[in-house]
Write a protein that binds this ligand. Structure first.
Ligand SMILES: [Zn+2]
Length: 80
């Protein structure tokens, strides 16, 4: 296929430029979200914890919220 589809659950973005051997491809949207999530976890745990594989795995399996694309549809409505 050659399409670097994002491996985040529910994400249909392609042409991802980030790839993990463990978790597969991730698009910049999901990467940003993951990064924010990991920052949050780090703050909660007192900055001592490194990125844990567990939280990355959970993130990749968590369903991507579609509110962004909904907002986009409202601004640029698609014609049927
Ligand atoms: Zn994605």
């Amino acid at each position: 296929m050659g399409v670097k589809g994002c491996d985040r659950n529910g994400c249909e973005n392609v042409m991802c430029d980030r790839c993990s051997n463990k978790y597969g491809y991730i698009c910049s949207d999901c990467f940003e979200e993951l990064h924010m999530l990991l920052q949050e976890i780090k703050i909660k745990k007192g900055l001592k914890m490194q990125h844990s594989d567990m939280s990355i795995k959970e993130f990749m399996e968590s369903k991507k919220e579609e509110k962004d694309s909904k907002d986009l549809n409202e601004v640029f409505p698609f014609k049927d």
